[in-house]
Write a protein that binds this ligand. Structure first.
Ligand SMILES: [Fe+2]
Ligand SMILES: [Fe+2]
Length: 298
């Protein structure tokens, strides 16, 4: 992860990471899940229900990582300062925490949480599919096959108070999660709203810019578009940039040898990429199976 230090331009760093960690394959897994989601309205619902369910853990986990770093007083220190003012953990934590502020209250949406906004998109997909109450309850169950992925996601993202190796690894994990999310939301926006593939759902969304939920009219697509959108960047790009600043700070004040620090960041980064690829493979399979079972019933 020397490149994060040598290169200051986030776009060039992102391009180098994309090359090194085979983002072409990761994009293909994400696209496959999106296209399978368009095979039927029920599959569209399953896609958004699952993606929202799994991503909904990211915000609280980022907060946990920021907290774990902040609580690790004196793990990241400036050796040139007096011991009583040498700790820099909160400077690193600040850059992680900045990525989750909107999760707990989006300034552009009257302080609604991103989970509430994600639920509005799930509700939109459910209304689009015209699901019966029984069918929705049936499809809403997260299959057990996702459980091992969720468990490692939760375990690896949050770091561990006072454990420099786990924290540095988690910083790499966090960096990958922000960079992949920037790409994923942009791909989702592209496939569902800007391609000829998703014309039914797109037409439905154009007619239903808001859905009625929790006694309010909530935006149907804001949750996707604010994170990343076709032809541009959303907040995930800012989170990625802040994660780079966090890693530079952690590296500067690292208690670990630099070679070990860089290896741990790369390991965390690579492990997140594997996790999200495996998640999209499962999701593509599930969406494909839902669409196929509907076809068989017709
Ligand atoms: Fe978010
Ligand atoms: Fe983010």
């Amino acid at each position: 992860m020397q490149l994060i230090i040598e290169q200051q331009e986030p776009r060039l760093i992102a391009a180098a990471l994309a090359e090194q960690f085979d983002f072409a394959s990761a994009d293909a897994q994400c696209m496959k899940a999106c296209y399978n989601a368009l095979l039927s309205p029920d599959a569209t619902y399953v896609f958004f229900s699952r993606y929202a369910a799994i991503n909904g853990f990211a915000g609280p986990l980022v907060a946990r990582l920021a907290s774990a770093i902040g609580l690790s007083r004196g793990t990241f220190i400036d050796q040139d300062e007096y011991p009583d003012i040498a700790d820099k953990d909160m400077l690193v934590a600040q850059q992680v925490f900045s990525a989750t502020i909107d999760e707990f209250g989006d300034a552009g949406q009257r302080g609604l949480t991103h989970r509430t906004l994600a639920q509005a998109t799930v509700e939109a997909a459910a209304q689009f599919a015209g699901l019966s109450r029984y069918r929705r309850r049936e499809l809403a169950q997260l299959p057990g096959t996702y459980q091992p992925l969720l468990e490692s996601f939760i375990r690896d993202y949050q770091g561990e108070v006072g454990n420099a190796r786990r924290l540095v690894y988690a910083l790499g994990y966090h960096l990958a999660s922000e960079l992949r999310a920037d790409r994923e939301y942009a791909l989702i926006d592209e496939v569902f709203l800007h391609s000829s593939w998703g014309k039914d759902f797109k037409a439905w969304l154009n007619e239903h810019k808001r859905v009625s939920l929790f006694g309010e009219a909530l935006p149907s697509w804001y949750w996707v578009a604010t994170h990343g959108h076709y032809g541009g960047n959303g907040v995930e790009w800012q989170h990625f940039d802040a994660a780079l600043v966090a890693i530079r700070g952690a590296r500067r004040y690292s208690p670990l040898p630099i070679a070990e620090f860089d290896t741990l960041v790369a390991e965390g980064f690579g492990d997140f990429i594997r996790l999200i690829n495996d998640t999209f493979i499962l999701l593509a399979g599930e969406c494909g199976a839902v669409a196929a079972s509907e076809e068989a019933q017709v």
